[in-house]
Write a protein of this length. Structure first.
Lengths: 96, 109
């Protein structure tokens, strides 16, 4: 049982902790939609320091509207999205 | 933002990207081979995530002034010390020997 399912709205925390973080800067603080659950994998933030990375974290593919990520700055078509692979500990539920 | 990792480039101006294939140099092949010897079984001294973390930890000057495989060398140096495989003193002593040899005979590469 995963915390999120495809179609769920999620927010990425606007956070900048030290250490090895896989969540790209351009999606931090942004809201998107889960489109896929890849599975559960050892936590790379812990693996990066030689630890086991356990317990495993669910990894999701999340789609963000281009307007949400780039704030209207850039050339793209309406409805274009950008996706990022984000671990469960970097996602917060959003009530629509 | 100053807290952006030097490897986290999404959304930044980058200019044109050179996508031409090129043959790795002998030095690049040697660096690649050394990295595989360190990372693969039976040694498996460290994993991909540790490698990434170490490269992210380079100063911006070191990162930007290094080519791809040079960053691997910096990572290998840091991780061999971190894992207690070699000491800084051992690495420096060996480098001093090599520099002396090159100075005497010229760079053989």
């Amino acid at each position: 049982m995963t915390r999120f399912s495809p179609g769920d709205r999620v927010r990425v925390p606007h956070a900048f902790p030290p250490g090895h973080v896989r969540t790209p800067q351009f999606v931090r603080g942004r809201t998107g939609t889960v489109i896929r659950h890849f599975g559960a994998f050892p936590n790379p933030s812990l693996l990066a320091y030689g630890l086991s990375g356990l317990p495993r974290l669910d990894l999701y593919q999340v789609a963000f509207e281009m307007d949400e990520v780039w704030s209207g700055d850039g050339a793209y078509a309406p409805g274009d999205t950008v996706t990022a692979d984000i671990y469960d500990n970097w996602l917060e539920p959003v009530e629509d | 933002m100053t807290d952006r990792a030097i490897t986290d480039l999404g959304g930044l101006e980058a200019g044109p990207v050179d996508t031409h294939e090129h043959e790795p140099t002998l030095t690049e092949r040697r660096i690649d081979a050394m990295m595989m010897l360190m990372r693969q079984k039976p040694r498996a001294f460290w994993g991909a995530d540790e490698n990434r973390r170490t490269i992210e930890s380079l100063t911006p000057e070191m990162y930007e002034n290094s080519k791809y495989y040079e960053r691997w060398v910096w990572a290998m140096r840091a991780l061999t010390v971190e894992k207690g495989i070699l000491s800084e003193a051992e690495i420096e002593a060996r480098l001093a020997d090599v520099r002396q040899r090159y100075a005497a005979k010229g760079d053989p590469s």
